[in-house]
Design a protein around this ligand. Structure first.
Ligand SMILES: *Cc1c(COP(=O)(O)O)cnc(C)c1O
Length: 358
């Protein structure tokens, strides 16, 4: 069998959840499990994180699966209904839905569900992605409060710069100016905001990336902020090449050696979710020793320098990312964020996922 696999450390997931609870100790925690739990396997992660108060996902199918397995958890559809047929499913199972446009309210009014639907009303406080404009909320809430098909209401927004210098202050001020007029519970904080802005940890918090042990910040790793990366992507060296000065490795001539080198060929490529744009020098661990990537990542293979690791050979263990080499760091070398890396592995559908410490 191909030696590439992703291993999910469930003790790490739990430890990260407890970190959220310590920081946001007065808030209910809605664990964000979209994208197959950021590539960590939806139901397995939900089971480990069942000491949270709720789960948030994208599709009605994921929500149904969670509600069937965890009937006492609040389960939220993060983008709400995509079509009318989803209204009755949500109503029957007690799935909460985000409402971010009038069309979704029209779906509910047309279907007239027997059991009222609990909603998260999304306010666009400046991200300009989803949500109603602040000026619409007063009027909307008046009609929603008297709508027999609508149950409990939570006010919600999402921050565009919680991880950047600008922060959340401006958006949070807009949100609070509305929310303070009502008695509805509020939900605004993602991971970056939970960590940086305690004042944003309201009735609910919505951690995603930090549960998986990665950092929402471009210049810090999850480990730097007390988290434990839950996913390790590991493989083995499947071939070794001895090259001379002037030789290149892999496609193109990007990498040309100026000395004799030993090169390990690793079973992992961009079709597995490893970033093709990872630069020369991207860290990788071989049998526990740090080394670096060279050449261009291929579809199924990549190349590592093992000149300084004489014992490395065919069969040597390779950590592409995990606790020694964090996905945060690999992402930095690839001009992307850890989020993209961990999701891509599961999206590739060809890397076996296994759980430990579950
Ligand atoms: C994905 C998502 C989150 C979680 O964000 P992280 O940065 O991963 O913590 C929270 N809220 C909403 C609406 C999201 O879409």
């Amino acid at each position: 069998m191909r030696p590439l696999k992703a291993t999910i450390n469930h003790q790490a997931l739990l430890s990260n959840l407890n970190c959220v609870k310590r920081i946001a100790d007065k808030s209910k925690v809605m664990a964000v499990l979209k994208a197959n739990a950021y590539g960590h396997s939806l139901l397995n992660v939900a089971k480990t994180l069942r000491t949270s108060d709720g789960f948030a996902v994208l599709s009605i199918d994921e929500a149904v699966l969670l509600k069937e397995n965890f009937p006492n958890h609040t389960v939220l559809l993060l983008e709400g209904f995509f079509d009318k047929a989803e209204v009755n499913v949500a109503s029957k199972l007690g799935i909460n839905v985000t409402i971010h446009n009038q069309r979704q309210i029209d779906f509910i009014d047309k279907v007239k569900p027997v059991i009222p639907i609990n909603i998260h009303l999304k306010i666009n406080t400046g991200m300009n992605r989803l949500g109603f404009m602040p000026a619409e909320i007063n009027y909307l809430l008046e009609s929603l409060a008297s709508n027999p098909f609508i149950g409990d209401i939570v006010l919600m927004t999402h921050f565009s710069t919680a991880d950047e210098e600008l922060g959340v202050e401006k958006q949070l001020t807009v949100f609070n100016a509305i929310a303070d007029n009502y008695n509805y519970p509020a939900s605004v904080a993602n991971s970056a905001s939970i960590i940086r802005y305690p004042e944003s940890n309201l009735d609910w918090v919505r951690p995603g990336i930090m549960l998986y042990g990665l950092s929402p910040f471009i210049d810090k790793s999850g480990i730097d902020i007390g988290l434990i990366p839950a996913m390790s992507l590991t493989s083995e060296i499947i071939a070794v090449q001895e090259i001379k000065a002037g030789d290149s490795v892999g496609y193109g001539l990007d990498f040309k050696s100026d000395k004799s080198m030993r090169i390990g060929i690793v079973a992992c490529g961009y079709a597995d979710g490893y970033p093709r744009h990872a630069r020369k020098g991207t860290p990788v661990a071989i049998d526990g020793h740090l080394s670096t990537l060279i050449g261009r990542v291929s579809m199924d293979m990549l190349y590592v320098d093992i000149s300084q690791i004489p014992q490395a050979n065919i069969g040597s263990k390779v950590e592409l990312w995990g606790e020694q080499v964090t996905a945060d760091l690999v992402a930095q070398f690839s001009d992307t964020v850890g989020y993209e890396l961990i999701c891509a592995v599961s999206a590739s559908k060809r890397v076996p996922l296994r759980s430990i410490n579950a």
